[in-house]
Ligand binder design. Sequence first.
Ligand SMILES: Nc1ncnc2c1ncn2[C@@H]1O[C@H](COP(=O)(O)OP(=O)(O)OP(=O)(O)O)[C@@H](O)[C@H]1O
Ligand SMILES: O=P(O)(O)OC[C@H]1O[C@H](OP(=O)(O)OP(=O)(O)O)[C@H](O)[C@@H]1O
Length: 212
Amino acid sequence: MKELTIAMPKGRIFEEAVVMLKQAGYKLPPEFDDSRKLIIEVPEENLRFILAKPMDVPTYVEHGVADLGIAGKDVMLEEERDVYELLDLHISHCYLAVAGLPNTTMNEVAPRIATKYPNVASSYFREQGEQVEIIKLNGSIEIAPIIGLTDRIVDIVSTGQTLKDNGLVEYERIVDITSRLIVNPVSYRIQHERIQEMVDRLGQVISVKPVK
Ligand SMILES: Nc1ncnc2c1ncn2[C@@H]1O[C@H](COP(=O)(O)OP(=O)(O)OP(=O)(O)O)[C@@H](O)[C@H]1O
Ligand SMILES: O=P(O)(O)OC[C@H]1O[C@H](OP(=O)(O)OP(=O)(O)O)[C@H](O)[C@@H]1O
């Protein structure tokens, strides 16, 4: 039987996802704790893992080079890939919000928004009936309003510490985010039994925490 390939996001989701897989009974080798390897084979479990940039996980899954993947809902909303969401893993809780300098209004003519999520931000402001100019940044988004690049940002908030430390305030909460188990539709049909077994095993170790 062919192994299942799972695209895992490097970075902050990774550790929590590995803990969940271990709790679900998958025996993962030490490479998962301490290695720079980007492809990890686990023949004992008939699994193979690809360690990808979080934003790229749905791309691997859509193209079928990974059968499954773990991705934040933020990435799913931004990328809109042709994949199915199988499970809310309830890990890496955070939310997307509009933030900016306190006591400021947005420029009336073409207000500018900095974000790593141009699609989510465009849809959000379109739904609000506001015409905005989106400026795509790749990180440290909070800098943008402070140095006068934009009126607002759309970014991830978790503890709120980054906003606070940079003198910014939240204006609107857009959507709550957790990480999801996603699947390639063809893999789901062809390898249904094995994938369903993984869904069941992970489903049993999900711990639903209240959203802040
Ligand atoms: N501060 C946070 N607290 C909790 N979860 C977060 C936080 N920031 C991001 N996340 C979630 O974790 C996912 C991965 O974030 P991470 O910061 O590891 O990667 P990234 O910043 O998107 O990637 P990179 O910086 O490598 O391009 C996000 O897609 C989101 O779902
Ligand atoms: O509310 P907090 O708990 O402070 O978390 C929010 C911060 O975490 C993420 O940044 P990250 O650390 O991924 O760095 P980045 O700016 O390079 O994306 C996000 O973009 C915020 O800046």
